[in-house]
Write a protein that binds this ligand. Sequence first.
Ligand code: IMP
Ligand code: MG
Length: 176
Amino acid sequence: MSVTHVSTMLSAEQIAARVGELGAQIAKDYADRRLVLVSVLKGSFVFTADLARAISLHNVRVEFLGVRSYGEGTSTSGVVQITQDLSKPIEGEDVLIVEDIVDTGLTIAHLLELFKTRHPASLKVCALLHKPARTKIEVPIHYLGFTIEDRFVVGYGLDWAEHYRNLPFIGVVEAK
Ligand code: IMP
Ligand code: MG
């Protein structure tokens, strides 16, 4: 039987400090705006929960978007299926897409195209992690937590075959 170990890449404390900074910057930039955080499920659920509480504004809405990307194993094909749409229109709203990680960029590129057709007042991207080594399409990331090397990471919402989402830190799975 193989035993796996997850080594820490970003500790809970490091993540909390960075999320606090992102929240403060977003609160500053979106004061007097109609901010709608769009959490891309499932990976962003933990990040969104912490980020939303780090944004000290009263006029914030939180929406959830379910997506499934067709691809084998740990790669993405870029074909994104919406499994759960937003509960309300975003026309005229200031939309901030909240993603766990921008890997190839294909998912965010697709979501930006989709949301543009709904005429938000503004449309920006906040990602906790970015893996530039894997870029297939350049996408704007207006708020970024950390740039990481090309390792498959888990925890803080990110999964490996639906496991490890509940880890409070971000780490790398290592077979022992
Ligand atoms: P992209 O379309 O290739 O940019 O990546 C889209 C999605 O793939 C992300 O939102 C994640 O859900 C997933 N993903 C990419 N890299 C990782 C990783 O290292 N760990 C866990 N999930 C990942
Ligand atoms: Mg994701």
